[in-house]
Every structure is written in C-alpha cells, then in structure tokens.
Design a protein. Structure first.
Length: 447
C-alpha cells in the first residue's frame, strides 16, 4: 500500500511542529500517544484479511479515517504543549489586533508623529528622505531600515505596546507597489509597510498570504489615522499660528477663511466617520467572532497544570488546526471586505480622498509658514461681517484650495456611488449601510 501525496501533506504541519518541539524545546511526545498512532497504522494491515473489498477502495477510505484520528489526537496534544503561555493562540491574535489593526492607539499616534518628524528632518538635510531605496547605496538602505524600525520602538515607549513588538518590523516596498496601494501616504516620498516574522509556532496557522493581508490592512489604517491627525493638527496650526505678516490686511474681508475651514470640516467629517466605522463596525465585530470560533480553553490554568502530567485530553473545546486556519481566513476575508479593500475601485477612490486631504494639509501648512495666513481678531461691524461671508478676496493660493476642495467633493461623491452599488454580501461584512447613512448626513450625497 502506498500513501498518496495528499495524505502525506495533510500530516506535514503536525510533523513539523512535533520535530520543532523535540529539537528546540525538548518536549517529548507522550509514549501512549505514539503507541496509539502505531496501532492505528497497524490496523491497516490487520484489516486486509477481514474483508474482500477491493484494496483500491478500502485502503484510501481507511487511510483517510486514520489520518483524521491522528490529526485529532495530535491537535489535542499540541494545544497543551505548543499554543500556551507566550505562544498562546489568543496572545498572537490579540497582538495582531493591537499592532496591525491599530488597537494600540497611542502607538499609532506616536509612530505617525515620529514619521512626520523624521521626514521633516530628512527634507531639511537636503531631500535624502525622498530618495527611493533603488537610488540608495546598500549601506544607506540598511541604515534606513534600522532607522525606521527604531522609530517604531521609540513610539512604543510609555505605551501598552512597549516590549510587545517582538517579531514586528517595517519594510520599504519598492517592487510590490500594487500590493500595498496605501503604503505611500505616511512618508509620502517612501513606501513603507509593517510585517511580521513568520516563525514557529505562529506559522502553523498563519500563511504568507495572511500576513500580506495584515500588511495591507495596516497600511490602510495607518494612512487613515495619519490623515485624521493631520487635519486635527491643521486646526491648531491655523488657529494659533497668528504671526503678523502676510498679504491680507486687517480691513480686507475673510472670505478665504470660510473656504478653508469649510474644506477642512468636510474632510475631517469624512475621515472621522470612516475611522470610527471601521474600528467599531468592522474590526471589533469580526475580531470578537474570531475569538469565539477559536476559543480552545475554558480553563487555561487547568490546561497548563495538566501538561506537566501524562498526556490526556485537555479541558477545552477541541479545535483542529484546520478549523483555526479556516476561522482566521474567514476573519481576514470579512475584515478586508468590510474595509472595502477587495474592490480595486474603492481602494483607488479612498487613496485619492486621503491623498487630497494630505495635500490640503501640506498646502495650508506652507501658507501658514510663509505668513500668508492669520486670523483677524478685531471686532467687525455688521456691514463688514456681511461682506466677509458674501464676498471673496483675491488671494494667490485660493485657487489651489478651491481645486483641492473640488477634487475632494468629486472623489467622495464617487465613493458614495461605488459603495452604494456593492453586492449585499460585501455590505454585510462591513455594515456599509450604516456607513452610508452616516456619510449622507443631511442628505449631502443623496439630495
């Protein structure tokens, strides 16, 4: 009798994990489990004389049944020896939720601030931050990788993420740009994504394609958060940066102020709505479903104490590795759909929206630094107030502001239409009807 490649492959994850346990952690496989598996294999030979059915029919059926039993018992044992403590399944899932999906809000905010400071310093040094990795020497590339990863560690200091980033690292993407379309929105001149080192035992249920989905989600979420922070910082910059210099006199009307504040308010409303919806209606909902479907223990302490004794069935709901992989893939699939990352049109439109918001922030920051913006504090007469809100003053940079405002309106209109026309199953994954209702405040899009 020969074992097919399919049957052989079905045992590979467990063979790999068992070798790792013995070689790396010196945890011996229980003798009674070995004997039980050998008895199952010997039953193939002993049953050959008990039936007259064709071996081409009998052996594959028996082999599949035995493989299933071996996988089941091995999974029970692995859950008491492998996915425990620091390597617990839910520990990894929580780590990915906190870091990749930005549950650690302080870490994300600090990292965005560090990246903004790093880019500003790089530009002041002569534009080195704008060079792509292909234009840098090998030494410079290594230094940049180390520098950016140091920023991630620095951002975690004083937060819940401190000492919790083992395995996470930042990569500069230069060849796989289509795979991470949002990777250029954080550092602008440099593509960057977050990834994770796939090592044992995490690689038992996490594949490289899963990791790419996490990186895609991170690049989208960090870009959304970066845009939100930039728009909030813009308020402080324009409200309090009132240096006495500029082209606008005290007697001129402030029509341009209304355009700027209106544009910022519209952008921030869209970004805030999108961010809050993704976190509450998509990520939290699907993550809780994942935890429920992969709950392997109702008494972790009992399971830990039992592993010091002889091998026995743990006090837990049995979940096979294939079930874990299926549940995790289902979580990623629904999360990607809920964040609208499975639609190329939606991805491109959201990228345009965020890019336009960031360009607006950069423009107003330059205007403020050049002394062309200030808020007039003098009390105005009734006639001046009417003129302020009804007449425009010719300002050199107003054309750029109006152009960005028109682009933003165009892209958000297109996003509303695209999202409204998505299939019902995708809408259900992200509660998109709720998002559309929130975005359509006062019938802004549907009027």
């Amino acid at each position: 009798m020969s074992i097919s490649r399919h049957d052989d492959d079905s045992l590979l994850p467990f063979a790999s994990s068992r070798r790792s346990l013995q070689q790396l952690h010196k945890i011996m496989i229980p003798l009674d489990m070995k004997k039980r598996h050998l008895q199952l294999l010997l039953s193939l030979h002993s049953s050959s004389s008990a039936t007259h059915a064709s071996p081409w029919i009998r052996y594959p059926q028996q082999l599949q049944a035995i493989v299933s039993q071996v996988r089941k018992s091995t999974a029970e044992w692995l859950f008491t020896q492998v996915l425990i403590g620091d390597h617990g399944l839910h520990r990894y899932l929580a780590s990915f939720r906190h870091v990749f999906l930005l549950k650690y809000g302080d870490l994300a905010s600090n990292f965005i601030d560090e990246c903004a400071l790093w880019r500003r310093k790089s530009l002041q040094k002569g534009g080195g931050g704008g060079k792509t990795p292909s234009n840098l020497s090998k030494t410079a590339i290594v230094f940049r990788y180390q520098e950016l990863n140091a920023l991630l560690g620095k951002a975690s200091i004083g937060t819940d993420a401190e000492d919790q980033l083992q395995g996470f690292k930042l990569l500069l993407q230069e060849d796989q740009t289509k795979q991470y379309p949002f990777a250029d929105l954080l550092l602008v001149d440099l593509r960057m994504v977050l990834t994770f080192d796939l090592e044992w035992p995490i690689d038992l249920f996490l594949s490289k394609s899963d990791l790419k989905s996490y990186s895609h989600l991170w690049s989208f979420l960090i870009s959304l958060k970066n845009t939100q922070i930039s728009l909030n910082n813009l308020y402080k910059l324009l409200r309090y940066h009132q240096e006495d210099a500029g082209a606008i006199s005290k007697t001129s009307n402030a029509y341009y102020e209304r355009v700027v504040w209106r544009t910022r308010a519209a952008m921030l409303f869209w970004v805030d709505t999108m961010w809050n919806h993704v976190q509450s209606q998509v990520l939290d909902v699907h993550y809780q479903q994942l935890l429920s479907s992969t709950n392997t223990s109702s008494d972790p302490a009992a399971t830990t104490s039992n592993r010091k004794k002889t091998w026995q069935q743990p006090k837990a709901k049995l979940v096979d590795f294939e079930e874990i992989q299926a549940a995790h893939e289902h979580f990623l699939h629904n999360t990607m759909r809920g964040c609208l990352l499975v639609s190329n049109d939606c991805v491109a439109t959201m990228h345009h929206i965020l890019k336009t918001c960031l360009l607006f922030c950069d423009l107003m920051e330059r205007i403020s630094q050049d002394g062309q913006w200030r808020t007039n504090k003098r009390r105005k007469t009734a006639a001046e107030i009417v003129n302020q809100w009804t007449k425009s003053t010719a300002v050199s940079w107003m054309e750029d502001v109006v152009a960005l405002q028109e682009k933003f309106n165009e892209y958000t209109d297109a996003f509303f239409v695209l999202t409204s026309s998505l299939p019902p199953d995708i809408k259900a994954s992200g509660q998109l009807d709720v998002l559309l209702m929130q975005l359509d405040y006062n019938k802004w899009f549907s009027k």
